[in-house]
Design a protein around this ligand. Structure first.
Ligand code: UDP
Ligand code: MG
Length: 309
């Protein structure tokens, strides 16, 4: 019998884990030919999530848990689950029921048709705020433009199925700045996508605020591409070119009219503008430098405190 591992990161999800387990169990009761395990990764929750998980795993043998020593973030939590999953295929999904378990049979069907990766594309329901919708669209536009990986718009949900072969490759990655959606896309293999509509989280609060989304966007760009460094260099060439033309124009003007062009205000504005531009470019270089620094230290992505399997 083939086994499917479901990996669920959980940060303050005490009200959701039992429910999602029940839903997944219902889904698999109709899929007779598959065995399944659910690996919950408790990412340093500050509520009763750990207690609920321990109770659940005592009652149901398919429930497994990994407890982190502190909060490491969503991506490391998913990676930890993937690292210890034993299934022939691994599905990662959120613990707040925004990723509908009802889609699992379709994902498995695609996998059986021979696809190694089954991505899901999130369609927005009406209730999702205009702001979140727009920031998300904007994020993917910028990301795809600046990055070297092809990320389909909306295809960035972390609800996805991966064949054991793909998982095997992914385990070998040792990147400090994890961006799993980008990695999956970068890895290749035979991929396909399914649509789903995200609903509101059942209980608790979303921990992705604007600041986190911006940081995540930066990670997505800088973990996959050095295009920003090229843009910095191109800007340098562009403005040097302008200054050469401007200087030539000034010299010619002085000779022809025999007068000086006055204007210290425009001079100051130009200095300020280029000062700002240089700081931005230094910042971009600094981001990459910081990444090298973190990668060189090679600290683990996460630390496991406790595990029941
Ligand atoms: N999560 C996590 N660690 C964190 C933040 C979130 O493991 O530091 C988990 C969370 O429990 C959920 C998933 O990641 O299962 C998605 O988080 P959330 O619902 O807050 O994000 P959103 O759906 O708003 O993008
Ligand atoms: Mg959510």
């Amino acid at each position: 019998m083939k086994k499917i591992s479901i990996v669920i990161p959980a940060y303050n999800e005490e009200g959701n884990v039992a429910l999602i387990h029940q839903k997944i169990k219902e889904v698999f009761s109709e899929l007779q030919n598959y065995d399944f395990e659910i690996i919950f990764v408790n990412d340093g929750s500050r509520d009763q999530t750990q207690q609920v998980l321990e109770d659940l795993s005592n009652k149901f043998s398919e429930v497994k848990f990994i407890e982190f020593s502190r909060n490491f973030g969503h991506q490391p939590a998913v990676k930890a689950g993937i690292d210890s999953a034993l299934g022939n295929a691994v599905i990662s999904m959120d613990g707040d029921l925004q990723h509908p378990p009802e889609l699992i049979p379709k994902m498995i069907q695609k996998w059986e048709e021979g696809y190694d990766v089954v991505l899901t594309v999130r369609k927005y329901p009406k209730e999702i705020s205009f702001f979140k919708r727009k920031t998300s669209d904007f994020f993917y536009k910028i990301l795809s433009g600046l990055s070297d990986v092809n990320l389909t718009k909306g295809g960035g949900s972390d609800f996805r199925l991966m064949d054991a072969n793909v998982v095997e490759v992914m385990r070998k990655f040792n990147e400090d700045d994890l961006f799993l959606r980008g990695l999956t896309s970068w890895m290749g293999f035979k991929q396909t996508a399914l649509d789903f509509t995200a609903s509101e989280r059942v209980s608790g609060e979303s921990s992705y605020n604007l600041k986190k989304m911006i940081t995540f966007a930066f990670t997505g760009i800088t973990a996959f591409s050095v295009k920003p460094l090229y843009i910095a260099a191109y800007l340098g060439f562009l403005f040097s070119g302008f200054s050469v033309i401007g200087y030539a124009a000034y010299v010619i003007h002085s000779f022809v009219t025999k007068t000086e062009i006055s204007g210290w205000a425009s001079l100051i504005m130009t200095i300020v503008f280029f000062g700002g531009l240089q700081l931005i470019i230094l910042g971009i270089i600094g981001i990459y430098l910081g990444k090298i620094f973190k990668q060189v230290k090679a600290r683990p992505n996460y630390i496991i405190k406790n595990k029941n399997f």
